[in-house]
Design a protein around this ligand. Structure first.
Ligand code: ADP
Ligand code: MG
Length: 233
């Protein structure tokens, strides 16, 4: 599903530049649940933004579902982004004056889906995340965990090939974090390819494979079983 080869990315600020990704290689197969782990500033969001086509690498190659992602014009890039990718962020990014249902339905409007189908799909995905009864509530009436469920339903409603989540539990307490990760595991069990960025060890351990990023390089890429075995050596 995802192939990246020798990816580099620097940020330039005036005469200063910061080499954030220094040659990243990894592949993700369809149906995997992978975490990208690393301390704050290690380049996790930079990498996820490139995978999400929100930013471009300086060097290297990226293939998403057999499509080489390079020098695409903005229109085609936007189409691939909408067709292939779903996003979940730490800060939920919901629209405050719209109900949970309308938040989930909105991206479908931009895909040209009819009103009836939009609300059916939105209702279906809200039910999937356990929020059927909360459809008509505003984000301000929901807990943090519920807001993140709405954001997950919104991402799923577009039926993306890959779900990208940047610190999805970063704003949640421990118990709620585990509940949201349970939901993400369930979605993966149904076959969805999911990448979760996190700096928290216990969250990473709720995925199946941990890619560890440090100083712009992958220093470890192992299944959770392998990581556990290493810890007991
Ligand atoms: P992480 O998500 O692992 O915390 P980031 O990818 O957000 O790390 O950032 C990696 C490094 O790049 C940090 O030092 C950060 O300050 C820097 N950085 C991130 N985005 C930008 C930007 N748009 N311009 C300049 N520097 C940036
Ligand atoms: Mg980040």
């Amino acid at each position: 599903m995802i192939q990246i080869k020798d990816l580099h990315k620097s940020y330039h600020m005036g005469s200063n530049s910061l080499h954030v990704l220094k040659g990243i290689n990894f592949n993700v197969k369809e149906g995997e649940l992978v975490s990208i782990m690393g301390s704050s500033g290690s380049g996790k969001s930079t990498l996820l933004n490139i995978l999400g086509m929100l930013d471009e690498a300086d060097e290297g190659s990226y293939t998403l579902d057999n499509v080489p992602i390079k020098n695409l014009n903005e229109k085609i890039a936007a189409r691939y982004r909408n067709e292939f990718l779903g996003f979940v962020f730490q800060s939920f990014n919901l629209i405050n004056y719209k109900s949970a249902l309308d938040n989930v339905a909105l991206p479908l409007f931009y895909k040209g889906i009819t009103r009836k189908e939009r609300s059916e799909k939105a209702a279906h995905y809200l039910e999937k995340v356990g929020l059927a009864e909360w459809s008509h509530h505003l984000p301000s009436e929901l807990s943090g965990g519920q807001k993140q469920r709405v954001a997950i339903a919104r991402a799923l409603a577009s039926e993306p090939k890959v779900l990208l989540a940047d610190e999805p539990t970063g704003a949640l307490d421990t118990k709620t974090s585990y509940e949201v990760m349970d939901l993400i595991q369930g979605i993966n069990d149904e076959g969805k390819t999911i990448l979760v960025v996190t700096h928290e060890d216990d969250i990473a351990h709720m995925t199946k494979r941990i890619v560890n990023l440090k100083d712009g390089l992958i220093i470890d890429d192992s299944t959770v079983e392998q990581v556990r075995a290493q810890q007991y050596v």
